[in-house]
Structures are given as structure tokens and as C-alpha cells.
Design a protein around this ligand. Sequence first.
Ligand code: BG6
Length: 459
Amino acid sequence: MTQPPFFWGASLSAHQTEGAVAVDGKQPSVQDTRQRTDHTIADFTVAVDHYHRFKEDFRLLAEMGVNALRLSFAWTRIMAADGTINPKGLAHYDDVINTLLALNITPIVTTYHFDLPDALQQAGGWHNPATINAYRQYTRVLFEHFGDRVKYWLTINEPNIMLLADTKIIGSHDTNEGRYRSFYNMMIAEKYAIQQCHALIPDGQIGPVPNISYVYPLTARPEDVRAALDFNAIRNWAYLDFSVKCQINPVFKAHLAQLGIDLAILPEHRALVADNRPDFIGFNYYTTATVSFPQAGEARAAGVSDQQSEDVYEPNFYKGVTNPYLKKNAFNWTVDPLGLQTSLEQTNDRYGLPILVTENGLGAYDELTADHQVHDDYRIDYLTQHLAAIDAARANGVPVQGYLPWSSIDLISVHEGIRKRYGFIFVDRTDDDVKTMQRYPKDSYYWFKHVIEERSHQS
Ligand code: BG6
């Protein structure tokens, strides 16, 4: 397979940008039906209206200089829960893909980014093996229909975050047993996607896309080191071990056994799992985590919200704590550029596959000035430091083949609405008011344009 150019890109997902939630035959997804109790979004049905404005958005991204865009397709636009294909959904994404290709932007498509069809969720979601079949059917349509033009595919966005933070993202409280049943079903669904992609798109490439957050022990106390090993296995490696090494991570398996759960690859899935390996790893990185071993009776960390890295706790195994050496951003997420280098190097040591950094970015409160500028020097600092970490990892031999920060344009944050902005391009709306939806490039847009100009001839 020919070596692609280094991808200088940006990322977005369908449900956080498109809006148009009931347009052209789109069915409800779990994001449309989800109860947002901690933040309100004025008219989530609009999001940032990317469905209607994608041409303008892509033109701005092309002017920034990207040669790739990571986007997701909304399953609920393309296929109803009974398997009926929606031609209008396919036509919309034909237009999206053809527009990108005409701008010389390589599409990197995530098949599914947190927006499970609500009808499947109502029937048990990922607990129910029927969801595997539905996903298999859906991805087959994608590969058959778009495979002539889309050569880079990502399977399921961040199954690890979906399972660890399921009340926010798939809307259900779950037991450990149910959670790990869902884990298994998603991993099997991913294997079918890999199998079908390779069969239907001979020159295509496909990879998993977990959220990787290397886990540090709080101290050198051996129990803390064990706690970090355990949480690394549960949070990071279990997913990639299944995808790439085709096995259930042994630390993870032992952990589950202690919770009374026996997770094993079923005989009927053994060949599927072993024979279908990804071509690369999509790698989403924001932060690292730090844990200690909880003493008997010790409670979870107090006063942390459920999107902070401290919010992890399993009695007798690990407890999330604040890392005393690291700063936090305005939304209390720990910032750790060196952790990106470490996470990349650890991932490369374990799996040895090409890596695309498919998400990395800073959620911040941005302000639009009266003359329509956004001076987001804090985001430029964040991205500069993280890009330097990628360079350091590459210098140490990690085959990173692309940097696609989150996010291309402002979008609705999963946890905190649009007050938390990530984009290179500002969208004039707030959580309370959809306003004009005008697009305005931020200072970080011009910074990234300059980086791409300077570096695209080097790598
Ligand atoms: C990643 C998701 O986990 O984190 C994105 O893939 C999400 O969809 C991003 O937007 C940042 O999280 P949040 O909650 O700040 O939007």
C-alpha cells in the first residue's frame, strides 16, 4: 500500500455540528432524545447548522490549508432501524464527500460517533447482539456506496468513553455486567466492519478510534503502580488489545473475573476476531489520568464532576486523583502535552501500527470581539505544545501519520454545550440563542494555516 502524505487536518462529528435532526428522512438518534440536565442548548435541532452550511465550512477549511478532514456520518440519516436505506441521506453525504474531494481534502470517515439510532437503544442498545447486525448492515452500505471515494475509515468513536461515561453519552445507567457485555458486542461489531471494509474496498484502510489517556500512579507505592496498571488496561488497552492483538487483555480479564464477570471470545467469533486486524489506529487525546490504590473504606474523590479524570473509582482497584504536577484548563481538564508523547510511545510499543491523531484540542470560553476576531492565544499555546509532543514521539520512531485537531469549527460539546468551544472557526451562536450562525476564523485558524504552510513540504 502506498504511503499517504502526512495528514494536516481537523475533525468534527455529525451530531455535534449538523443540526437538521428531522430533515430529509433522518430518524432520531440517542443524541436527539438524550436528556441534557446539566446544560441547555437552545434548539439542539440546529447545532451549528453544518448540514446546510457544510460547503462554506469546507471552503474555509480548504483556505486554512488542510489536506484531510475527519468527519462522521449520521447512521440515522442513512438507515432506519428496520434496515431501510434512506436515499436522501446517501445523497447528502455524496455531496459532502464530493465537495471535499473537489477541494483536495481527503475524507476520513467515522462510521458512528456517539449517535446510535434511538430505536436500537430502545431495544437494548449495545447489550443486544441485534445491534451488531444492524451496525454490520449499516457499514456494508457505507463501504459499498462510498468506497470508490472514501479510502480512510474509522470504526466506532471512543467505545471506551461511551462505556465509562455511559449516562452522558448513551443515556443509560448500566451494571458492570451490562457494560462489559456492551464492550464485547461493540468489539465484535468493529471486527465485522474491518472485515467488510477490506473485502469491499481493496485499497481502503480502517482503524479503531479510542480515546487514549495514559494513566499515572500517584506515588511509587507498589499498590498505586498496580492501580495504574489496572486502570490503563481497563481504560485504554482492553479496546486496542481486542482490535489489534485480537485478545482480551489479561489484566482486564483478571479484573473482570474479580467482579464475577467471565468475558471470553466466543468460539463462533474466534476466527472473525483473529483474522481481521486494523490498518492504523485513530488516536483521540486530551489528557492523562492519575490514580491511587483506595484503602479499605476510602471513598471516591469528592467535588469532581463526571467529566474530570478524577471521576474514576473502583473499590479495591483504583481511585482517580488530582495530579499535583499538572495544570487544568477552564473546564477542569488536566493539560499534559508530555502525556501525549508518552501515550503515543506506549501505544506504539504495544501495537506498532501507524497512528493518526484524530482528536486533540482545548475546550475554552472564546470571545468574539466587536470587529469579529477571536484572540485564542491559549488554544495556540495548547496546540503548539501538543504538536511538539507529536514531533518528539515521531523523532523517537512513532509512525504518526496525521494531526487532526478537535475541532474544525465550533460545535456543541458533548458534556457542556457550545459555551465550551474547540474550533478553529468561531460560530456565532450561544447556548441560549442561535443568533446569526456566521463563521469567523479565530487567531488559531491563522496560526494553523501558517503551520501547515511551513510544514507540509517537510512531512
Ligand atoms: C471526545 C469526543 O471524547 O471528546 C468528542 O469524541 C468530544 O465528541 C470531545 O466533543 C470533547 O469532549 P467535550 O465533552 O468537551 O465535548
